[in-house]
Design a protein around this ligand. Structure first.
Ligand SMILES: Nc1nc2c(c(=O)[nH]1)N[C@H]1C(S)=C(S)[C@@H](COP(=O)(O)O)O[C@H]1N2
Ligand SMILES: [Mo]
Length: 252
């Protein structure tokens, strides 16, 4: 599969070099072409980076297009005593820690996160398991939070550590700085005009709208800027990437 796809890609790219050079943006926007090109191979990240404008916005929808039902997936409640205690007091003692390669580490209360200037966006969530849903998300941009903390130049990735455990290890995810600073990347504390529910990741979850569902980390407890993903989990940048070899870059 990988070999065939690579051959197809290399052959295709060589054969249509002129086409790629002249109209790669248009081609990359063509849905069928994108599906062939970005069909889940490891090569996908580099190609996608080269061919697509990573700052482009994900489609946003009208309120009447919102899904009547937005299912939960993966963890629907971390179920640990620590998390249970936080739910019991409405996250009054919850703290979001922003650390790693920053000049000014932050320790934010939920009230502080909720008082930051926020973005609202209605987007489609696409899960690899074959379902999608359109929902409304609201929260500060990750960019504004990171700028408050002062990102150091060595930082290359942002790692999100979550409250839920899988076989004793925290669910985690990571993005590069392009996605971290993307205008639609937010730390959502509200969904569909209500405070984020436990099922959907209370009190905050990541929305990184140009990527697939498993990148949308729920129950975020810590946000760390790092120079490398080596030594975090099994080094592949996320729980599913480590455990069942999902692509780290899950661009859509
Ligand atoms: N902490 C955490 N985040 C997670 C998951 C999880 O199990 N734990 N599952 C992921 C997957 S596979 C999907 S599709 C979405 C589901 O988000 P939802 O429950 O709000 O629909 O969350 C993602 N983020
Ligand atoms: Mo998913």
């Amino acid at each position: 599969m990988t070999l065939i796809t690579r051959r197809m890609l290399v052959g295709g790219a060589a054969a249509s070099a002129g086409l790629l050079l002249s109209g790669c943006d248009k081609l990359a926007q063509n849905e069928q072409f994108r599906q062939i090109l970005f069909s889940g191979e490891k090569i996908n990240y580099h190609l996608q980076r080269a061919l697509m404008n990573r700052d482009a916005l994900a489609p946003e929808f009208r309120p009447d297009q919102m899904s009547p039902r937005f299912r939960t997936n993966g963890t629907a409640n971390p179920g640990t005593p620590e998390y249970g205690a936080m739910v019991a007091d409405n996250f009054a003692n919850w703290r979001l820690k922003i650390g790693g390669l920053v000049t000014k580490p932050l320790d934010l209360s939920l009230a502080q996160v909720r008082s930051m200037p926020a973005r609202t966006q209605i987007t489609r969530h696409d899960c690899v398991e074959g379902w999608s849903a359109i929902g409304k998300w609201h929260g500060p941009t990750l960019k504004s939070v990171l700028q408050t903390a002062g990102i150091r130049p060595e930082a290359r990735y942002i790692v999100f550590t979550c409250a839920d455990l899988y076989s004793g290890a925290n669910y985690y995810e990571s993005v590069d700085m392009v996605d971290a600073f993307h205008p639609q990347t937010i730390l959502a504390w509200a969904m569909n005009d209500a405070v984020l529910s436990v099922g959907h990741g209370a009190p905050i979850r990541l929305r990184v709208e140009r990527q697939l569902g498993y990148k949308q980390a729920k129950y975020v407890m810590a946000v760390d800027a790092v120079a490398s993903l080596a030594g975090i989990g099994q080094g592949k940048g996320g729980y599913w990437e480590d455990s069942i070899d999902y692509d780290w870059y899950a661009g859509i």
